[in-house]
Design a protein around this ligand. Structure first.
Ligand SMILES: Cc1cc2nc3c(=O)[nH]c(=O)nc-3n(C[C@H](O)[C@H](O)[C@H](O)COP(=O)(O)OP(=O)(O)OC[C@H]3O[C@@H](n4cnc5c(N)ncnc54)[C@H](O)[C@@H]3O)c2cc1C
Length: 299
């Protein structure tokens, strides 16, 4: 770790030591990351990955931390945070947007609206970055990134640039090839269609209002706790088992939407995991359905 830090200093790559992850996750939970790198370019990501390999330091990419539950003891690794400074969004042609992985999905939706491009309205309100969105194949209200994302640029495990396109991205429900390949997504190519700005704006407003109406946005969370089990909705199953409002420490099954575990104040990772365990055991026992976590537990 010491050599890696020296390398970053020499190469003027921004980093923080012992940075509390609670400041970088929408759950506001998690101990410190031993090292957090804040790259401003794909080249800096590549250099960091190569140096991590050389010095034997584990690394992981994060975006906005909106799908993460970080361990209370923190992350003894190099966290590469793709965010501010690596968030450029531009038009490649009339209907194609290129977004750096650190760009918030919401920023890209607004950019699409400015250029009267339709197809991304579903993502307005998903609080993730483009990189996290591609990794998760984020989706909502009948749309998913898979519908518009045709290529991702990345830095591979050897620190070399590369890309995946089309079927090779293996985009499916809350899954992509990036779950398995260890690459860091650096840029997204999105194919949209010319549309009517007022219609696009109206759709975005409608979907945002639906979120505000249904989701417990007033509390920290990481969105839907569990994936949608085939043929069911996790929230409905959890509510049907009488678990709305169930609490462990500071973690609670939201009273507004049972599909969300919220941090109602002072929740630890341990609280959330204990509550999720109780919820999935109860749902399995009462309904026979197995719930799978959508939230990524990280240490
Ligand atoms: C209130 C709320 C509402 C939500 N609503 C939705 C919704 O409607 N639909 C939906 O799909 N999700 C939703 N989410 C979950 C979350 O916003 C998405 O999963 C989002 O895509 C995660 O992006 P992120 O940048 O925050 O990723 P992070 O949480 O930072 O990371 C998630 C995973 O992606 C990996 N990752 C992140 N960036 C990269 C990268 N550049 N390269 C490689 N791997 C990377 C991380 O290692 C981690 O495993 C919601 C969350 C909240 C808090």
């Amino acid at each position: 770790m010491k050599q890696l830090i020296e390398f970053l200093s020499q190469n003027r790559i921004a980093y923080l030591e012992n940075e509390p992850m609670a400041l970088h996750t929408t759950f506001k939970i998690g101990g410190a990351a031993r090292l957090m790198v804040l790259p401003q370019s794909a080249e800096e990501i590549a250099k960091t990955v190569k140096a991590c390999r050389e010095y034997g330091v584990r690394y992981m990419a994060i975006g906005n931390g909106s799908n993460l539950l970080v361990a209370d003891e923190g992350i003894d690794a190099c966290v590469i945070l793709l965010g501010k400074g690596f968030d450029d969004v531009r038009l490649l042609d009339d209907t194609t947007i290129y977004a750096e992985a650190g760009a918030p999905l919401i920023k890209v939706c607004r950019f699409a609206l400015e250029h009267s491009l339709t197809g991304l309205e579903f993502a307005y309100g998903i609080p993730g970055s483009c990189g996290g969105g591609a990794f998760m194949n984020a989706g909502a209200y009948g749309g998913e990134l898979k519908d518009v994302l045709y290529r991702c640029d990345h830095i591979d495990e050897n620190g070399e640039p590369g890309f995946l396109e089309g079927a090779a991205m293996a985009l499916s429900y809350r899954h992509s090839a990036y779950y398995e390949n260890g690459c860091i997504v650096t840029g997204l190519y999105l194919k949209l269609q010319k549309g009517n700005a007022e219609a696009i704006r109206a759709k975005m407003t409608e979907l945002m209002n639906r979120r505000k109406d249904k989701q417990p946005l007033e509390f920290p969370s990481a969105g839907s706790t569990f994936k949608r089990p085939e043929g069911h909705f996790a929230g409905a199953l959890i509510e049907g088992c009488g678990l709305k409002g169930a609490t462990v420490g500071g973690a609670q099954v939201s009273e507004k939407h049972a599909g969300f575990v919220i941090n109602r104040g002072g929740a630890t990772c341990g609280d959330v995991l204990a509550l999720c365990g109780r919820v999935s055991e109860t749902v399995k026992r009462e309904t026979g359905v197995t719930l799978e976590m959508e939230i990524r537990v990280t240490k």
